[in-house]
Design a binder for this molecule. Structure first.
Ligand code: ZN
Length: 511
């Protein structure tokens, strides 16, 4: 067999420390050979594309182990992105401009405002009425827990000054703000995304990730309609990168339980994982903690979403059916709970499955040891250390700050750590920025991880976290030729790191 693509003259980072090959050959979308240049040269013929790396590095494509693909795509298409706005007037101007592109009556949705960063404060009903008098408008705060609506949106949702907010929510009629579960009232009036809408968002989200050198990703909260969108894109060979989904069993804010999906596994789509939420988040101070958050209006220990027994029963059903479980758990109380659930599964129904913990934000020494013993794969977000640092410093209980996304401790405990972004919770989805944050921005100095560890966490460990470690994640013969060429990170400074080329299944992506 002849090589379709042949790489040489650079640093070939196989993610296997023992091998430092000079050349790599690709054929039929897979890695054909890795080794000595002279030995591999006979694989070249007139149709081979020979790539002189000129000192740059070739490595497995990046894997984002936790990214809300459709939401990323939504913000890049029809959802108004407010994350860059610095003034309230800027927010209103963006709404005004978007409204001119919409037919009257069409919902105008936006996301990403943060009153702490806006001169003029939070958007409100009066301002939104003036900016878009003919469209219902809902602008979601960056945290997704507070939503500003205009009069038209409130009227369509049958919200009046008399409306009582549902349990766990709040309505601020004068400002037009719906908080926590009160958002459900607005949401019911909005058109739900169709399969076709979701397809558009998925393609926009995955296309963007691919432009950053991400060649595989896990979408960590997929409901039945979104799943249908993924299935049909896969059937039409339209998925631009490989996707693993974690199917959601209990939707956010809901009490119904979706039945387990049909398992599916092709080269580009993998459905064999489920997702649970054990608690809330750190940036909005809703993770379940044993010491109260600082600087909150009322004393708050955050929220546990489940009674332990109920979570165990739901997890058991998935575990017995051979699904990998990924559980969102950040606070120490949530970590205690999910580790107890995983320990029970392991003792009562051992099957060798390595379950995941998403975020793993405030893990202490005991959590690390328990997770290691169970073979749990942890999926933290290094980029949080950069983008959400101010929130952590404001809210996280002081004794927990040293545990906060302590990647060094996770690796030292022997855990398999897969890096991710949780986009669009953060704006920056570039793996090279995540690697920089992992190395240089720990909450406590000295707790950064090395370049080698970061690269492995963004490639091989991501593949393992998806149960796909035998097909990708390293540069070995027979694995998918999902590759990136970047400026050599070992010989250039981080500020000069640059993605040069991306290949998916052996094909070079031209953006
Ligand atoms: Zn998430």
């Amino acid at each position: 067999m002849k090589a379709d693509v042949f790489f040489h003259n650079g640093a070939i980072l196989t993610m296997n420390a023992n091998v430092q090959p000079e050349a790599l050959a690709v054929a039929d979308g897979k890695i054909l050979a890795v080794g000595n240049k002279l030995e591999l040269e006979p694989l070249i013929d007139s149709s081979t594309k020979v790539i002189d790396l000129a000192g740059s590095a070739l490595l497995p494509g990046f894997n984002d182990a936790h990214v809300h693909v459709w939401k990323v795509g939504h913000l890049r298409t029809t959802m108004l992105d407010l994350r860059e706005q610095t003034t309230l007037e800027g927010v209103y101007a963006a709404v005004r401009e978007r409204a001119t592109q919409l037919t009257p009556g069409t919902w105008l949705l936006g996301r990403g405002w943060n009153e702490a960063k806006l001169i003029g404060g939070a958007p409100d009903k009066t301002g939104l009425d003036a900016a878009a008098p003919n469209n219902p408008v809902v602008l979601t705060r960056t945290c997704a827990h507070i939503h500003a609506a205009n009069s038209s949106a409130l009227a369509l949702s049958s919200i009046t000054s008399e409306t009582v907010a549902p349990t766990g929510g709040e309505l601020d009629w004068l400002r037009g703000h719906a908080i926590e579960t009160a958002y459900g009232l607005l949401q019911r009036a909005m058109p739900a995304p169709s399969v076709a809408d979701y397809q558009g968002y998925i393609l926009a989200g995955l296309g963007y990730l691919r432009s950053l050198g991400v060649t595989s990703a896990t979408d960590p909260a997929v409901d039945p309609v979104l799943l249908e969108a993924y299935r049909s894109l896969e059937a039409q060979n339209k998925l631009p990168i490989r996707v693993n989904v974690l199917f959601i069993r209990r939707p956010d804010g809901g009490s119904e339980t979706f039945p387990l999906p049909e398992k599916f596994n092709s080269g580009f789509l993998r459905i064999e994982g489920v997702k649970f939420f054990a608690d809330g988040g750190l940036s909005g101070a809703t993770a379940a903690v044993s010491i109260p958050f600082r600087n909150t209006e009322h004393t708050s220990y955050g929220v546990l979403r489940f009674e332990t027994e109920e979570l165990y029963q739901l997890a058991l059903e998935a575990h017995l059916a051979g699904f990998r479980i990924g559980t969102h758990a950040i606070g120490d109380r949530a970590l205690d709970q999910i580790l107890e659930v995983y320990e029970r599964l392991e003792i009562e129904h051992p099957n060798g499955m390595r379950h995941r913990i998403e975020h793993f934000g405030l893990a202490n020494k005991t959590h690390l040891e328990r997770a290691k013993k169970l073979g749990v794969i942890v999926v933290p977000q290094a980029i949080f250390l950069h983008e959400l640092r101010a929130n952590f410093q404001q809210y996280v209980p002081t004794p927990f700050l040293e545990h906060c996304y302590n990647l060094r401790a996770m690796i030292d405990a022997g855990l398999t750590l897969a890096l991710s972004t949780d986009g669009p919770v953060v704006r920056e989805l570039d793996p090279l920025e995540g690697i920089k944050a992992a190395m240089t921005e720990p909450m406590v100095e000295g707790n950064g991880i090395t370049l080698e560890e970061s690269l492995q966490a963004y490639t091989l460990n991501g593949a393992i976290a998806q149960g796909d470690g035998s097909n990708r994640g390293t540069l070995e013969v027979g694995k998918h030729a999902d590759l990136v060429v970047i400026s050599n990170p070992f010989t250039t400074k981080p500020e000069h790191w640059k993605l040069e080329k991306t290949f998916v299944a052996g094909l070079e992506i031209t953006q």
